[in-house]
Design a protein around this ligand. Structure first.
Ligand code: SAM
Length: 618
């Protein structure tokens, strides 16, 4: 349940295009339901409990990696009076795609060397792997725009007066969002439409190849901070050769140009602020920068943005942080950072990336009831399996998730809020009204009961009173709390380990050896994958010990409870090599983790991203 609602930035800019214009241009934009978002914007962003999960290094700068929704992260920042100086967001594009992550089964440490030899010739894709959904980008335009509108409002309310916002989109939805941005930030605060041009493979022969994304840059006010020096780029040698053909009175190479009414002299070392078309290559799968995140953007792109629109020590925020590229570049450039993302895979990837950059930060989790499972897409899928007897029912409108058979009540339609859409999460009077007035009248005549799941409700009593007063159908409405269902999802992974003290010439300390690791959640995924392959040789095989399903281990030698402090950690990359405390090695993981100090807790992350903590007893 939200603690309270935090008001957004007061109002849209007077005299600018307002959302209602869309309704008037129904013919082209068909933007229905835009009035629904107004209610939500009036209510504000939901503020939830925030839990600190881990602290990395001496986080004097207050850097944050937040797991949760953009809206609630903004509510948290606003509640604490934290303002950010630069925002870059690369939200879902409404691309119609589902993004998946390849999960690589690691090598069995006992057999690692032998397997490596056998696999030497295989391309990466042939390492044992299966896929897991990360996030879905399938929206209808209206829902997307409403969602985006609310997010932009939330973000605006945490921007400092001189802050800039870069919104990275493409042809799918970019032009519509530009209109929302005009409304929210004001046409006068528009700064640039940046074209990020890249060359990737694939050229259709029936039209021009789509090879650019669009980044809209707005200021919060007309006093936007712009770092002229940071934005300036050096000329390439080629450019100098072709453009600098004059000499000054001292014989230095220069370029003389008649600019803005007078002659000016430019020198090769001066560099210049680039124009709005940026040619920056996409990092391919072999690049060192790649962290296996489907929509990962290049560091060079973020470097240009961060250098141009911030100074050292300013706060740079990315509320759809993905692979952590913004936070990683901000940290490298001496900026403070806030990374937020709804998916567990994102916050883990960002965390591990930042550790490799020696950054200090806190890992925070918003307790909003949505992020129970690894991400909302997987939570939605899981939910459907948890509702006993739920099946698709073709005769029902798509508003209903499906139906269950109740012996006395016949077929019971079930409504589940779409966790991908923050607007649908909250059961309020408007939604109840819609259920009663729009969804229930279309149900088959013999329907006796419906079940409405909710994740959050402002006031259940008020909703029940509303049902009593306005439900004039004969259909009973049962409200059920989704969180209770989700509580059943979390099953612990099982680990067997031995701890020993070691003293020899090379090392003095402790060694925790993992003997067995069983993750039902991972094993179930592998079983599902194998089932589809029948007897194919590509079936995934896991050894007795199950150590191939471990991705990461960490030891906390400082405290046996509360916030995690990683004193030693090992990440096992997809080839089986150990990354120790962020430093890549060419050693295969040997099935153990060592620390100089006595370890008090062990954390193990499985290859799908679930983490478990084990208290280490003597
Ligand atoms: C296009 S990706 C960002 C990629 C990122 N710029 C990078 O370079 O790695 C969009 C991200 O938004 C996240 N996301 C989707 N809905 C969200 C929400 N409501 N709040 C926060 N993050 C969200 C997804 O999990 C995904 O990681």
């Amino acid at each position: 349940m939200a603690i309270r609602y935090i008001p957004y930035y007061p109002d849209t800019i007077e005299g600018q295009a307002i959302l209602d214009n869309f309704a008037r241009t129904r013919r082209t934009l068909k933007y229905r339901d835009n009035d629904k978002v107004i209610e939500r914007v009036k209510r504000g962003a939901p503020l939830y409990e925030m839990e600190k999960i881990e602290t990395v290094g001496d986080n004097k700068d207050g850097n944050m990696v937040i797991r949760g929704e953009c809206l609630s992260a903004c509510a948290y920042l606003k509640d604490r009076g934290i303002k950010v100086d630069l925002v870059y967001i690369d939200p879902p594009f409404a691309s119609g795609a589902d993004y998946a992550k390849k999960i690589y089964v690691r090598r069995n440490p006992q057999l690692a060397e032998a397997i490596a030899k056998a696999e030497e010739e295989l391309p990466n894709d042939e390492l044992q792997n299966f896929e897991e959904k990360m996030y879905g980008d399938i929206w209808d335009k209206e829902r997307y725009l409403n969602w985006m509108y609310e997010n932009l409002f939330a973000i605006k309310s945490v921007m400092s007066e001189t802050a800039s916002i870069y919104v990275h989109l493409d042809w799918h939805i970019g032009h519509y969002v530009k209109i929302l941005m005009d409304e929210i930030f004001g046409e006068d605060n528009f700064r640039n439409e940046i074209i990020w041009h890249y060359s990737t493979l694939g050229r259709p022969d029936d039209r021009f190849a789509l090879k650019h994304d669009t980044i809209f840059l707005y200021g919060k006010t007309d006093e936007t901070f712009f770092n002229k020096e940071g934005a300036t780029m050096q000329y390439s040698e080629e450019y100098i050769k072709s453009h600098f053909r004059d000499v000054d009175k001292n014989g230095n190479v220069c370029r003389k140009r008649f600019d803005a009414g007078k002659w000016r002299i430019y020198y090769p070392d001066d560099g210049m602020i680039p124009n709005d078309v940026w040619n920056i290559p996409y990092e391919n799968s072999m690049s060192k920068e790649r962290v296996d995140y489907a929509t990962q953007k290049p560091e060079a792109l973020l470097e240009r943005i961060i250098k141009a629109s911030s100074n050292e020590n300013m706060i740079v925020a990315d509320f759809f942080g993905g692979s952590g590229v913004t936070a990683a570049v901000a940290a490298k450039l001496g900026r403070k950072f806030i990374h937020c993302d709804i998916g567990i895979n994102s916050v883990q990837t960002a965390r591990d990336r930042l550790i490799a950059n020696n950054a200090a930060f806190d890992m925070l989790e918003i307790k909003d009831g949505v992020s129970f499972y690894r991400n909302p897409v997987q939570t939605m899928e899981k939910l459907k399996t948890l509702i006993t007897g739920l099946r698709n029912e073709d005769s029902l409108d798509k508003f209903w998730e499906g139906a269950i058979d109740g012996s006395k009540e016949g077929t019971i339609p079930v409504y589940i809020p779409n966790l991908l859409d923050s607007g649908a999460k909250l059961l309020d009077l408007a939604l109840m009204n819609r259920i009663i007035r729009e969804a229930m009248p279309d149900l088959p005549d013999d329907t006796k009961k419906v079940v409405v799941y909710y994740i959050d409700a402002i006031d259940l009593k008020e909703i029940n009173d509303f049902i009593k007063e306005y439900n004039d159908t004969l259909i009973e409405i049962e409200l059920r709390d989704l969180k209770e269902l989700l509580d059943e999802v979390v099953a612990e992974d099982y680990a067997e380990y031995t701890i020993g003290e070691i003293k020899n010439d090379l090392f003095s300390g402790w060694r925790v050896k993992i003997n067995k690791f069983i993750s039902d959640r991972v094993n179930r995924k592998i079983d599902e994958y194998n089932e589809k392959l029948f007897n194919s040789p590509n079936r995934i095989l896991i050894g007795e010990s199950g150590l191939e399903t471990i991705e990461f281990l960490s030891l906390d030698c400082s405290s046996d409870s509360g916030v995690w402090h990683s004193d030693e950690e090992i990440k096992i990359d997809k080839f089986g090599y150990a990354i120790k405390n962020g430093v890549k090695t060419k050693d295969f993981w040997d099935g153990a983790i060592c620390s100089e100090k006595k370890p008090l807790r062990l954390k193990i992350r499985n290859i799908c991203g679930d983490e478990n903590v084990y208290k280490l007893c003597d």
